[in-house]
Design a protein. Structure first.
Length: 249
């Protein structure tokens, strides 16, 4: 069942998501060659707890960390480790979730580590813009797969592929709620968006093919062809005045 949130609930979701935005901005400032993903994880957890919230991912279905840190050909769900030290030229996707007073926040960014290749820069830029374009389509009365198609069309027209195995989702008093929000689809189809829906829209775009593999840790998803992947995510509210990004400063 899809829950339509009241303005009071949306403000609670905004508070949880603002913490997410603050954490991501702080992590962006820390990301550099030589830092480990475990250090990023510790910094994020400390900041979340200091805001009176709790990490939403830690312990979720057994996930062991506060952040998902996915490097280069890792798409999502990378596990932070003291052994994973960032190097010049890497790209890292950082996904963070919070829970504040029973309401959840969720967002992700992909960040360059030092100087990166023009191809990696272009992948990051296309993924970021595909999210912006999808959000702009998330209006009350629009069809869900019109939002999904916006990601697919923008990425594929530029020579990239869209991950099919992972999707965005509704979010509220649970981290993952209906509906699923794929990043591909037929425009003009799917459920009709209504004011009060809160969605986590999250393009995952690959440099090569869309196929994935999950590593032996049971979590880390990588591109099958081992080419680069990027990931951006915002939590948004559908309103009669247009989409509102909740996971921003």
């Amino acid at each position: 069942m899809i829950v339509l949130r009241s303005r009071r609930e949306i403000e609670k979701l905004r508070a949880a998501n603002r913490i997410v935005a603050e954490v991501l901005e702080y992590l962006r400032s820390l990301i550099r060659p030589g830092i480990s993903t475990a250090e990023l994880d510790r910094a994020a957890e400390k900041m979340i707890v200091s805001r009176g919230a709790r990490p939403a991912f830690k312990g979720y279905a057994g996930f062991p960390a506060t952040l998902c840190t996915s490097i280069n050909n890792e798409i999502v769900h990378g596990i932070p480790s003291s052994k994973r030290v960032l190097r010049e030229g890497d790209i890292i996707s950082v996904d963070v979730g919070t829970c504040l007073e029973g309401y959840f926040g969720d967002a992700a960014i992909t960040v360059p580590v030092g100087r990166i290749s023009p191809e990696a820069e272009r992948l990051i830029e296309v993924t970021r813009i595909s999210l912006e374009r999808a959000i702009a389509r998330a209006e009350s009365g629009a069809r869900l797969f019109t939002v999904s198609h916006e990601v697919q069309a923008y990425a594929e027209e530029r020579g990239f592929s869209v991950v099919r195995d992972f999707v965005g989702h509704g979010i509220g008093t649970e981290l993952h709620e209906p509906p699923q929000v794929p990043n591909y689809g037929q425009p003009g189809t799917g459920l009709k968006l209504k004011s009060g829906m809160v969605l986590a829209i999250e393009p995952m775009i690959n440099q090569g093919g869309w196929e994935i593999e999950v590593l032996e840790d049971g979590w880390t998803a990588v591109t099958r062809d081992r080419k680069l992947s990027a990931h951006f995510e915002h939590t948004i509210a559908v309103t009669d005045q247009g989409p509102e990004i909740l996971s921003c400063l």
